[in-house]
Design a protein around this ligand. Structure first.
Ligand code: XMP
Length: 319
């Protein structure tokens, strides 16, 4: 019987059998898959689960607080929150190439995660939110390595000397099943049906060099866009929506003067598989509301544009 309850019962039994009394470590990103793994493992092994949440300075507004509120405060999950913002941002200083940025962010993440796991001493198990499509994908690619910290995929993998055994309770599930399991475990709908967010986060949504100032501006713009999408009941009608920071200055009028400030692009797409995507035909009135708020509330922004490119040939992200 393939119900969410059945899947959970089965997974709980398997995990308990696999790990016994040992501690299990999980990189919690706040995304759907790692969140569902956290909830599932918490149910299965309680305090034997230790989550590490890394703030890389490239997260969305209040993301760290929200993850702590939901998992640590509300559910009682052990979560270690690591503030590594300075480390990530200093490594990214002066780097403009998108693939280099991805590598730096991925490698720094692994380094931070490694340090945390070393502090815990003798942890034998590492949990990951690998889902069935990831398994197929890595089997299909010739260089495919299952050993990838999934929330930061497309970068490296675990260090060679990593000796932890993997715990992957979602390995046989499709995304819709993962979501149902999440709901059944009590995670809120808004989190289980959240749009995907790339591992490098805002790092690939700030074109070129990443600076803290840019990330702060982008976080505010993104929060406004998402808040308005939810208010207008459009969030669930788009597959992915976000803002992009363009490090160019464009003119605007403020009172009698002209001011040169940054540009924010809005991106929203509809897609089933993220391999192809159509730009979302959001209502003009809605776009007007979002652009008005961004320009009025963020003084460093003088212009908002809407991305009307579909994939292919454009990609969903701008880098
Ligand atoms: P593109 O831009 O390639 O994006 O059309 C397709 C989907 O993949 C996500 N994406 C990433 N996810 N690390 C990730 O974890 C990355 O480096 C990365 N780049 C793109 C993107 O958000 C979209 O959902």
């Amino acid at each position: 019987l393939w119900t969410a309850e059945g899947i959970i019962e089965d997974a709980v039994a398997k995990v308990r059998k696999q790990v016994g009394n040992e501690t299990v470590l999980l990189a919690l990103s706040g995304g759907v898959d790692s969140s569902v793994v956290a909830a599932l493992l918490h149910k299965a092994i309680g305090d034997q689960l230790v989550c590490v949440f890394v703030d890389n300075g490239l997260l969305r507004k209040n993301e760290g607080d929200q993850v702590m509120a939901m998992f640590a405060n509300n559910m009682g999950v052990r979560v270690i929150r690591v503030d590594a913002q300075d480390r990530f941002l200093s490594r990214l200083h002066g780097v403009e190439d998108p693939e280099k940025k991805r590598k730096i962010i991925g490698n720094t993440f692994i380094e931070v995660f490694d340090e945390e796991s070393a502090k815990l001493k003798g942890v034998k198990f590492l949990a990951q939110g690998t889902i069935y499509p990831d398994v197929i994908e890595s089997a299909a690619s010739k260089t495919g390595k299952a050993h990838v910290i999934k929330s930061h995929h497309n970068v490296g993998g675990l260090p060679e000397d990593m000796t932890m055994e993997l715990v992957e309770p979602l390995r046989e599930l499709f995304k819709d099943e993962v979501r149902k399991v999440g709901l059944e475990l009590g995670l809120p709908y808004s989190m289980v049906y959240r749009h995907p967010f790339p591992g490098p986060g805002l790092g690939v949504r700030i074109l070129g060099e990443v600076k803290r100032e840019y990330a702060d501006i982008l976080r505010e713009a993104d929060a406004i866009f998402i808040e308005e999408l939810r208010k207008a009941d459009l969030y669930d009608k788009t597959s992915q929506a976000f803002t992009v920071f363009l490090p160019v200055k464009s003119v605007g009028v403020v009172g009698d003067g002209r001011r040169y400030e940054y540009v924010i692009a809005l991106r929203a797409v509809e897609t089933i598989d993220f391999m192809t995507a159509r730009w979302a035909h959001l209502p003009y009135e809605f776009l007007e509301q979002v652009s008005g708020r961004i320009i009025n509330e963020i003084s460093q922004v003088s212009r908002v544009t809407y991305d009307i490119s579909s994939k292919p040939p454009a990609t969903i992200e701008w880098e």
